[in-house]
Design a protein around this ligand. Structure first.
Ligand SMILES: Nc1ncnc2c1ncn2[C@@H]1O[C@H](COP(=O)(O)OP(=O)(O)O)[C@@H](O)[C@H]1O
Ligand SMILES: N[C@@H](CCOP(=O)(O)O)C(=O)O
Length: 325
């Protein structure tokens, strides 16, 4: 359960008094997520999400995240909206943490997505990339090559505790990615964490995207590679080519990938697998026993990374997708 900071009813009522949200009737911590503390609030008006921003979220980045949700929503993307206080501010403070109230998005995340859902995710991701155009605030990706090196430096000494030989393997991988990372692909605002728990469905219909707290400016195709990693592998670690094809076709039906973006997909997928391996490894090694959060398995992403190393063309992710001759 991701509740790092607890709140008292008195403090919460005091906080809510700054908003036009009705009277609090109940609240509870949300037993999902790993980054921030989230609470579901019921009031005499609409249900709400209260988020207290924690460890990886820099306060100076919050105008980007909250402004982005407004920008995307204004452009027709279904996503939660931050609620303004009576004084117009989107951000307040509760229990010593920066805190915001966010509108409640209806829907559920899918525990067992099928290819048809992957297609919808591809379309929604492309829709988000187009809707992100024109967003004025910039936020470089703190979890790209330089950020990976920093995370690795913090974990490297204990890496072989997790698996023998990991130190040499990941050090070599970072060097490879640094030498081969694409530089001139189309860039824009990316979600950067569009995992299953961040996409809501009502039945088979995608109802919206949540959790924009890793969003940043980076290569659009890198975001696609994150979704390939997050949506197109089975629990046994095998890649599902039907899901991969559906995801890429869905994406391309809204925003076609250029030949250069398609060619870069294997290296981008290696990078995104490494990114999630590194944050999970760091959390695995540093989260105290007994913390109210379910730690995620870094080795899942090590296996994905090894899979992508064997891939030489986007056609291996999606055979039917056209590749430049
Ligand atoms: N706007 C929202 N509407 C409905 N549920 C939400 C909303 N935001 C968060 N949640 C719920 O809280 C959980 C954790 O939110 P998330 O933003 O993924 O947390 P974290 O940033 O800590 O990973 C989600 O899986 C979902 O159940
Ligand atoms: N998706 C990341 C962890 C971030 O979790 P989220 O709850 O913010 O989506 C991972 O799986 O490692």
């Amino acid at each position: 359960m991701a509740v790092y900071t607890d709140i008292t009813e008195i403090d919460l009522k005091h906080f809510l008094a700054q908003y036009e949200v009705g009277e609090l009737t109940s609240y509870k911590g949300i037993a999902e997520g790993v980054e921030n503390s989230n609470f579901l609030l019921h009031t005499t008006k609409d249900p709400l999400i209260l988020t207290l921003y924690e460890k990886r979220v820099e306060k100076s980045d919050l105008p980007f995240f909250l402004g982005l949700m407004q920008h995307l929503s204004e452009r027709g993307l279904s996503c939660p909206l931050p609620l303004p206080r009576r004084d117009g501010e989107l951000l307040g403070e509760l229990s010593g943490r920066p805190a915001a109230l966010i509108s409640f998005l209806e829907g559920m995340w899918l525990r067992k997505p099928e290819a048809k859902h992957c297609r919808e995710v591809g379309k929604a991701l492309a829709g988000m990339h187009l809707a992100g155009e024109g967003f004025e605030i910039k936020r470089p990706n703190a979890l790209s090559l330089e950020g990976w090196k920093v995370l690795w430096e913090k974990s490297v000494e204990r890496a072989d505790e997790v698996e023998t030989g990991l130190e040499a393997e990941i050090t070599a991988e970072l060097a490879y990615l640094e030498a081969h990372w694409p530089k001139n692909l189309p860039a824009g605002v990316i979600h950067a964490d569009l995992f299953q728990d961040n996409v809501f469905f009502l039945g088979d219909e995608l109802s919206g995207l949540i959790d924009f707290y890793f969003a940043c400016n980076d290569l659009l195709a890198y975001d696609v590679s994150i979704c390939l990693n997050a949506w197109c592998f089975e629990k046994d670690g095998s890649y599902n080519v039907t899901k991969g094809s559906a995801l890429l076709e869905g994406y391309c039906s809204v925003r076609p990938l250029s030949d250069e973006e398609r060619d870069a997909m294997p290296v981008l997928a290696r990078g995104s697998a490494l990114r999630f391996f590194l944050t999970r490894l760091y959390d695995w090694l540093t989260t105290p026993e007994g913390a109210l959060v379910v730690k995620k398995d870094p080795l899942e992403y090590l296996r994905k990374l090894r899979f992508h190393r064997q891939i030489s063309s986007v056609a291996e992710y999606a055979p039917a997708i056209e590749v430049a001759p």
